[in-house]
Write a protein that binds this ligand. Structure first.
Ligand code: 5GP
Ligand code: MG
Length: 177
């Protein structure tokens, strides 16, 4: 295990097993819908790519980059850093995200895509921190719940690091304190 990790929350095997279940649920609902999968960069990159290989039906993929923070403090304002290239009008969308915390980012993105004329927007997130939610937002497909700690690995970073860890772990407090 990486020295900066306090403990492993979910192992590679647990994540893989859960992705098999989640992709089964999504397949049942979407196999004849040709949805547009929208992956929220950069955190959802690894989860998205592992999920996509389990979705054996026609779909499209696009990416969007959002940021909910300005400087050190959360402003509550969400900004699009890099927009979609796809037209979402009339499309069924599945937003793929790494983790839902306050819920602001996904609420903003979901509302935006609906305003642009999407037929539906559902949310698939690898992790959910239900304790820290500040807006009314519910994920439709959730991998696991996470405690109110700083989580890294499997796409999630701290200061650009740890995205490549093949498991989901809690970062030692002394690293970011
Ligand atoms: P929200 O808008 O739901 O508060 O923000 C979600 C975003 O905050 C996630 O996409 C992620 O980038 C970041 N975030 C929230 N909690 C954590 C965490 O525990 N670890 C990491 N690495 N990022 C987090
Ligand atoms: Mg993110």
């Amino acid at each position: 295990m990486n020295n900066d990790i306090e403990s492993v929350l979910y192992s590679k095997e647990q994540i893989e097993e859960r992705m098999d279940e989640l992709s089964g649920e999504i397949t049942k609902k979407y196999e004849n819908e040709m949805p547009l999968i929208v992956s929220v960069m950069n955190g959802a990159m690894i989860f998205t790519s592992d999920m996509l290989r389990r979705l054996n039906f026609k779909l499209n993929l696009d990416i969007i980059k959002a940021s909910s923070y300005q400087g050190a403090h959360s402003t509550g304002e969400v900004k699009i850093i890099q927009d979609l290239r796809s037209d979402v009008k009339g499309r069924r969308i599945i937003l793929m995200e790494d983790i839902i915390d306050t819920g602001r980012t996904l609420k903003y993105l979901k509302d935006l895509l609906m305003k642009r004329g999407a037929k539906s927007v559902e949310i698939c997130a690898m992790l959910d921190k239900p304790e820290t939610r500040t807006v009314d937002l519910k994920g439709d497909y959730i991998g696991f719940n996470a405690p109110n700690e700083f989580i890294v690995g499997y796409g999630l970073d701290y200061d650009g690091l740890y995205r490549n860890l093949p498991y989901i772990g809690i970062l030692k407090k002394q690293i970011y304190a």
